[in-house]
Design a protein around this ligand. Structure first.
Ligand code: KIV
Ligand code: ZN
Length: 402
C-alpha cells in the first residue's frame, strides 16, 4: 500500500529510500573524521549518486558538527536530498538539530532512544515507562520543528518485542513519519530481522502509515544480509554508508545493497534512485578524503571485485564475461574487468595480454617460450606486471626465437 510521506509525497510500495549516514555514523568511526570542506564535497557526491536522505551529522555533538549540518543544509536550500540531523530524546538535542537544519529545503529531525533492557538500565538509567514518556515528548517536540521526524529504537533488535511494539506505537501516535529499528551492535541474523519487522507490522496500530527503516551494523559481517531480509519483511528505507564505514566493524555498505537490488531483481523487485555507475567514483572519493582504501576483495568496489587470475576463470571470461561476473564492471563505474597475470593464469590470458601490449604478431614458438618463462617468473612474484611481460617477450624476440 502506498504511503503519503511529508518529504517524498506518495511512496509506492516498491520504492526503497536510501538514507546515507556516511557523514554521521560513518564519520564516528576512529580515524574517519572529515573537515567541513570534505563533508560538503562528500554531500555533493552523495546527492549526485542519488541518495534520498543525507544524515549530515549530530548537530549538538560539537560546534563543528553543528556547522557541518548547517552548511550542508544551506547547500541544499533550494532542492536536493532530505537533510537529517541526529539527536537524543531531549529538548536541547532536538532544538539544536532544528536550528542547524533550518536552511534546508527538505529536512528531517532524527531522534534516537534506546529500548533494550540493558541500555535502559545501564546506560540511560530509566525505567521502561520513562522511556515510553520520553518517546512521546521527544517526537512531539520534533514534529513542532519538522514535518519529517524519524524515531530510532537504539539496540532495537535486542529489545523486548512487546516493549518495542509499545514504543513504536507511542512514536507513531506522537507523529513520527519513519520508524527505524537499528541492529546497533550487529547481533542479529537475517531471520531475526525479518521477524522483528513482521511482528511490528502485525501488531502496531498505524504502522501502515509510516516508513519502516533498517539500520544494521556489521559486527558479525551480516549487515547487508540483514538489510535485504528487512526489505523482504516490509522495510522501505535502508540506512547505509559508502564503503560500509561506521562504528566498529561498520554499517551496511550502500554499494552492496544497491547492487544486490539491481542484480537480484528476481528476489528483490524494488525501485530506487541510486545511479550505480557512479558508485566507484563515490567510493574512491571517500577513500581519498579519509585516507583509508577499501580492502582489495571488497564486494563491488574492491580492486579485485572484477579481476580474474586463474587460468580457468580467465579463459571463461575471455569467452563470455558472464561465466564469472554477475554484474558488469561498467554498471558500478569500472571501465573494464581485468585479467591479472599470476601463477594461476593460463595461455589464453597471456596471449590476450600480449595483444593488448601490441605483440599481436608474435609467432607460436616465441609465444610458448615466453609463456614458459612467464610461469617461472609468476612462481616467484605475486603479480606479473605489464613491464615484466614486455621485457620477457622483447627478450625472446631479440634472441631470435621465430
Ligand atoms: O546504531 C545505531 O543504533 C545508531 C542510531 C543512532 C540510529 O546509529
Ligand atoms: Zn549506527
Amino acid at each position: 500500500m502506498a504511503i503519503n510521506h511529508p518529504s517524498f509525497g506518495t511512496l509506492d510500495d516498491d520504492r526503497i529510500i536510501f538514507f546515507d549516514t556516511t557523514l554521521r555514523d560513518g564519520e564516528q568511526s576512529p580515524g574517519f573524521s572529515m573537515n567541513l570542506e570534505e563533508k560538503l564535497r562528500m554531500a555533493e557526491e552523495l546527492a549526485e549518486l542519488g541518495v534520498d536522505v543525507i544524515e549530515a551529522g549530530f548537530a549538538i555533538a560539537s560546534p563543528g558538527d553543528f556547522e557541518s549540518v548547517q552548511s550542508i543544509a544551506r547547500k541544499f536550500a533550494k532542492d536536493g536530498p532530505v537533510i537529517a540531523s541526529l539527536g537524543r530524546a531531549n529538548p536541547a538535542d532536538i532544538l539544536r538539530s532544528a536550528e542547524a537544519l533550518k536552511p534546508a529545503a527538505r529536512k528531517r529531525i532524527h531522534i534516537v532512544l534506546a529500548t533494550s533492557e540493558l541500555h535502559m538500565r545501564v546506560k540511560l538509567r530509566l525505567t521502561p515507562e520513562e522511556v515510553l514518556d520520553l518517546t512521546t515528548s521527544s517526537v512531539t517536540l520534533g514534529r513542532q520543528h519538522s514535518d519529517d521526524v524519524e524515531w530510532s529504537a537504539e539496540d532495537g533488535s535486542r529489545s523486548d518485542p512487546d516493549f518495542l511494539c509499545r514504543c513504536v506505537e507511542a512514536a507513531i501516535k506522537a507523529g513520527a513519519t519513519t520508524i527505524n529499528i537499528p541492529d546497533t551492535v550487529g547481533y542479529s541474523m537475517p531471520e531475526d530481522m525479518a521477524r522483528i519487522f513482521r511482528d511490528l507490522r502485525n501488531r502496531v496500530p498505524g504502522i501502515e502509515k509510516v516508513v519502516l527503516s533498517a539500520h544494521n551494523h556489521n559486527d558479525l559481517g551480516m549487515a547487508v544480509a540483514n538489510t535485504l531480509a528487512a526489505i523482504q519483511a516490509g522495510v522501505r528505507q535502508i540506512e547505509s554508508t559508502i564503503n560500509g564505514i561506521g562504528e566498529r566493524a561498520g554499517n551496511a555498505s550502500l554499494e552492496e545493497v544497491a547492487m544486490a537490488l539491481r542484480t537480484r531483481r528476481d528476489a528483490l523487485p524494488f525501485r530506487n534512485n541510486i545511479q550505480t555507475p557512479r558508485i566507484l567514483r563515490t567510493s574512491k572519493l571517500l577513500a581519498t578524503i579519509t585516507g583509508f582504501d577499501v580492502q582489495p576483495n571488497k564486494a563491488v568496489v574492491g580492486r579485485n571485485a572484477f579481476a580474474h587470475e586463474s587460468g580457468i576463470h580467465q579463459d571463461g571470461v575471455l569467452k563470455d564475461a558472464s561465466t564469472y561476473e554477475i554484474m558488469t564492471p561498467e554498471s558500478v563505474g569500472w571501465t573494464t574487468n581485468s585479467l591479472v597475470l599470476g601463477k594461476h593464469s593460463g595461455r589464453a590470458a597471456f596471449r590476450d595480454k600480449l595483444k593488448a601490449l601490441g605483440y599481436g604478431e608474435i609467432g607460436d614458438n616465441a609465444l610458448n617460450d615466453a609463456f614458459r618463462r612467464f610461469k617461472d617468473i609468476a612462481d616467484r612474484k605475486k603479480v606479473v606486471y605489464d613491464e615484466d611481460v614486455a621485457a620477457l617477450v622483447d627478450d625472446e624476440v631479440v634472441r631470435g626465437n621465430d
